[in-house]
Write a protein that binds this ligand. Structure first.
Ligand code: FAD
Ligand code: SIN
Length: 510
């Protein structure tokens, strides 16, 4: 058993920000970050559009941003949380800039503000179309300069250690040495990000397998709002599974139009906000157009835009499309909705506390009440920054817990067990992804959800047994976690009978 003060699981914007702040505040305490891939690999690194923050107090206002967030959340946001998060924006931005993050400016020397779906004003602060990479770079370089932070890369958190309703740390697999370490921590935080690989067709990188939410669920933490899956309307169309390249919503904010293959600009048929309706509406509208036409994708047309200005703002998107043979000056981009974000997660209060004592959560794996039934674009980086600060504040004012628990490292019996067949894990994951896409996608119905529920119940038994029979292996445990996330999404979708935001259930006629 390794004793530490603070255990942070995940090294995206949420985990890194919290680690940095707490390490600065308590130089004599030890902060340990465990992260399952390289230090920077995370959903954060791929964030394109930017961070929604009210910086222009003349044309924009906190109230407008609050109103846009609440409209987008379709009546299910917690207004006190929305107000708290949005009012904190400027101070969190100032801190990021102090840590070295750079954001684009316009010729007047003020921040260049992009626009995305659901926003009534331009308020998205960005670094070209690679805002996440810039934020991750800046915070990570601060973290790496701190002597009291250990960043353990390629360390996979398997399971939380609990005693009754209290979290005492986590069991972690060192994926290089295959050693299983038990960290006994005074405070534990889940900052493990999203769930995209439950669906396969996703904008998320492969690390997004819902591990933190599944670990919290197994520790009996409250998990809420998991039926609200956000599908991003415009991922670059490709055949097959795996991460899909995102075409930022800021491209539509820049003036691009969605079209069917015969050129019809269809979004005004569905919403007065046209191409800049919130992304739940845009994804659902694309789904309807595809069902009508039988096509596999619609198009995003940038051909009428000022290409020089476009390339300055969106160099990565421009180059990636070019690599795929799409010249944005004359070709339309084939796009399709893909899973992008989970609005629900581990329920937390405003201090990031979960329902399990001593267990905290922040970032995409948490459910704060900010997003309701549908997240407003570019509100999640802000949420992660604000909640990691809230946890830091709480910890700064809290005495260390005085548990008498000593315990010893659990013997996982790894040396006596066979290795699982990687082919079996891969195939089962693909089957699971197909099941989720077909039975729990953008538009759901109770018949298909209940069929999925039966399949998932069977799969859970099978995969749980595999985790007991075979050596601990990150891919197998990710699969186990994905099955659990699938089950929660399906249960919570069956339980919801009103269509809100990103959740649409229809009656299926056989
Ligand atoms: P992440 O950044 O995903 O980090 C999770 C960390 O946990 C990773 O380090 C991962 O390796 C680690 N981890 C996971 N499981 C384990 C485990 N079992 N053991 C150890 N470590 C583990 N939001 C915006 O606000 N604006 C945008 O412009 C924007 N654009 C986006 C574009 C893309 C393509 C994507 C995918 C998302 C975008 N988002 C955007 C959403 C936003 O990026 C994420 O919600 C946010 O970055 C999540 O941060 P996080 O720290 O909670 O999680
Ligand atoms: C995008 O750039 O379209 C993604 C923004 C977000 O998910 O908040």
């Amino acid at each position: 058993m390794i004793k530490i003060n603070y255990l942070i699981i995940g090294s995206g914007v949420a985990g890194l920000t919290l680690a940095l702040k707490i390490a600065n505040q308590f130089p004599d305490k030890k902060v340990t970050i465990v992260t399952k891939a390289s230090a920077d690999e995370s959903n954060t690194k791929y964030a394109q559009g930017g961070i929604a923050i009210v910086t222009d107090k003349i044309g924009d206002s906190y109230n407008k941003h609050i109103e846009d967030t609440i409209i987008c959340g379709d009546g299910l946001c917690d207004p006190a949380v929305v107000e708290m998060v949005i009012n904190e924006g400027p101070i969190r931005l100032k801190e990021l800039i102090e840590w070295g993050a750079m954001f684009d400016k316009n010729i007047e020397g003020t921040l260049d503000l992009g626009k995305e779906g659901g926003h009534s004003e331009n308020r998205v602060v960005h670094h070209k179309d690679q805002t996440g990479k810039e934020i991750e770079r800046a915070i990570l370089s601060q973290v790496e300069s701190k002597k009291n932070i250990d960043v353990l890369t390629h360390h996979f958190s398997i399971e939380l250690i609990t005693e009754g309703n209290r979290c005492l740390g986590a069991h972690v697999l060192n994926q290089v040495t295959k050693e299983i370490m038990s960290f006994r921590a005074d405070f534990t935080v889940l900052a493990t990000g999203g769930i995209g690989h439950l669906y396969g067709h996703t904008t998320n990188p492969v690390i997004a397998t819902g591990d933190g939410i599944a670990m919290a669920y197994r520790a009996n933490a409250e998990i809420r709002d998991m039926e609200f899956i956000q599908f991003h309307p415009t991922s670059l169309y490709k055949k097959g599974d795996g991460p899909s390249f995102l075409i930022s919503e800021a491209v539509r904010g820049f003036g691009a139009h969605l079209r069917t293959k015969d050129g019809h600009q269809f979004m005004p048929d569905y919403d007065v906000r046209g191409d800049l309706a919130s992304r739940d509406i845009v994804s659902q509208s694309i789904e309807k157009e595809l069902a009508k036409s039988g096509d596999e994708y619609v198009f995003l047309d940038c051909t009428h835009l000022d290409m020089e200005a476009f390339i300055k703002h969106f160099p990565m998107i421009y180059n990636r499309c070019k690599q795929e043979g799409v010249d944005l000056a004359k070709d339309w981009i084939p796009v399709v909705p893909a899973q992008h974000y989970i609005c629900g997660g581990i329920a937390v209060d405003q201090s990031g506390k979960t329902s399990v004592e001593n267990l905290f959560a922040c970032g995409e794996c948490s459910r704060t009440g900010l997003h309701g039934a549908n997240r407003l674009a570019s509100n999640s980086l802000l949420e992660a920054l604000v909640y990691s600060d809230n946890i830091y504040d709480y910890w700064s004012d809290t005495d260390f817990p005085t548990s008498q628990f000593e315990g010893k490292a659990e013997d996982w019996g790894n040396n006596d067990k066979p290795k699982v067949d990687p082919e079996y894990v891969m195939q089962t994951k693909e089957d699971l992804q197909l099941l989720m896409r077909q039975n729990a996608g953008i538009v759901r119905n109770d018949i298909d959800l209940k069929l999925a529920e039966k399949e998932l119940d069977k799969l859970e038994v099978e995969i749980k047994k595999a985790t007991e029979d075979y050596q601990v292996n990150a891919n197998l445990w990710e699969l186990y976690n994905l099955v659990i996330i699938g089950k929660i999404i399906v249960h919570q979708s069956i339980a919801r009978n009103d269509n809100r935001g990103g959740f649409v259930k229809i009656e299926k006629v056989n």
